[in-house]
Design a protein around this ligand. Sequence first.
Ligand SMILES: [Zn+2]
Length: 651
Amino acid sequence: MNRKIKALCAGCLSLMLLLSGCGGKGTGDQNASAVKPVEDYVSHKVNATLHQVSVTESPRPFVVNGASDYKLIVAEGAANETAADYTQRYVERVTGCRLEYAEASQFDTGGKFIVFNDADLFKKAGLTMPAVDLDSTGYYIKTSGDNVFLMTQQDFGARYAVIAFLKHVLGMQVYGQDTFVYTKDGTTLPDMEITEKPDIGNILLGNWRDTFSADALYLMGYSDYKTQFLSIQNQDNHTSLLYLPVETYYQEHPAWFSAQKDQLCYTAGGDAEELDAMTSEAARVMLENIMANPNIHAGQFTMADTWTSCQCQACNDSAKQYGTRSAAVIQFTNMLSRKIQSGLQKYADENGTEKRDFTLYLMAYHKFVEPPVVKNSDGTYTPNDPSLVCDEDVGVIYAPIEAKYIHNFYEQENVDSAEMMKAWSTLSSKMYYWLYQTNYAGYLYPFDSWDSDVENLRFCYENKVDIVMIQGQHNMACSTGFTSLKVYTDSLAAMDLSLSYQDMVNDFFQNYYGAAAAPMQQYFEELQSWMRYLEQAYPVEYTGDIYNLLVGENYWPREMLLHWQDLIDQAYEALNEGKNTDPNYEIYMNHVKMESIFLRYELITSHSGIYSAEQILQMKQSFKADCIALGITHEYEQRELTEVYRDWGIS
Ligand SMILES: [Zn+2]
């Protein structure tokens, strides 16, 4: 069933619920049968990627009665050491046993060691790496006798190896930063042979970035955004004018800047000598920064964040010749990258080290968003000139901010953005897709991108994704609108794009809400169905872009809100039965409370007429107290809730 028909069915059923007068306190059970959840999700599953997992349970003892014969042996390197540290800490958390470290010299093929990336010991055990390219993020886990080896080819793989090890030995799954679930007790160590590589090995967290715990980030497979890109003056985006500031260079080199001095002139006014000097100086400054940050392997030399571009004769000629202003940016960035690469090679030669990898990113955005390509009759793209193909070490950041994220990139509504992604990915094999998953005009409203997020990751994979971020509510610590579900499914889907969205959703509700799973999943499914109905009922008003806000009775009828509030109350009741026995009681209660925030906000702001002044005041005060306790701080991206409380007279 295509999505439109499916949405209509769900909508009809939702409408039935309203017209039949259901809803409100105490009628939750009747409503449960009235709304049919969205079931037939659009799916472009990515299969046949590298997920060879053979795990067989074994009686081999691992930790018994808090003690273990196993010791950790770790090859040199920060990634290996971090991986071993996580293994040690999480085995201890579950079993109470802190595994000791051992020296490589203590290794014995008949012993009990967990070995991190020691190629010599691996060889000594008579093992060889699988004949596949594990790239920077893949790993190989192999039991040999009682020993276990966690092997990788490059740094990023160590983290994914640990995630897999803890999954298969402890049954660990991380559903959120406060929700770590273990289905095994670590008494035994299974036989394992796993050759695996995450489908997207570099996904950045889009929500709650400043407060998310380092452990959850690592164990959910999110990259640490703080170490992804070089920064200059605490900024990693829009850096070109920070590396080449107007104040420092304009007087001597006016040709480097646009007439308004708000962007670079990427052709240096058509003067080859000036262009050479400009790229040399940019390379010199960037190399200083690169050398000062030895663990960072990517950086941006990216346009200023304005809707402008240089309009000099040479820039205009280039745009005319190649069809777009991005052509000059690509040629400039290739030139800059070659100088940086040769600087890195020189350093390696002088110091007898290996040349460091470094990817330089440009940004396809605003005036520079159109790629210099022609579309062929078979739907593929060809560069307008060989000089417009990005070097191997040059990546492209593309942020389709105009896309309708309630739809995915396979759908007609996003055909322009999808074509742009295809086109850019013919010019660079290192695409950084910066997508979106929230409503920037209203953080407190749900945004129907739960399943399209997962589909979009699949689309990115099919278009040479190197890095992806689905930006959401980055500047809060917690969000309503089932954002936590997205944080979970996005991380899991990136690792394995063949996973079923519906299975992930079911698993999430069971584990994130404990005894409150049933009413919370019912609320989620009805909410999602309702939003699909809104697409059909209000095709003009509901565009689904990231600033499109629907507020008020037409979109959120009071009866519907009260019915959902009733499901929230049922969730609290279910949890209260375990108040004195469930160690996760407080955590689950907070998860339910997070999802009450949207309902309460909409009732207060759009339906206040049904309440007495005293009731409204009380509702506002408890809303404020809960938001503060949960860490929900913003009404929308640029407005803090403190301003709302002031407007409400409760600051
Ligand atoms: Zn120019």
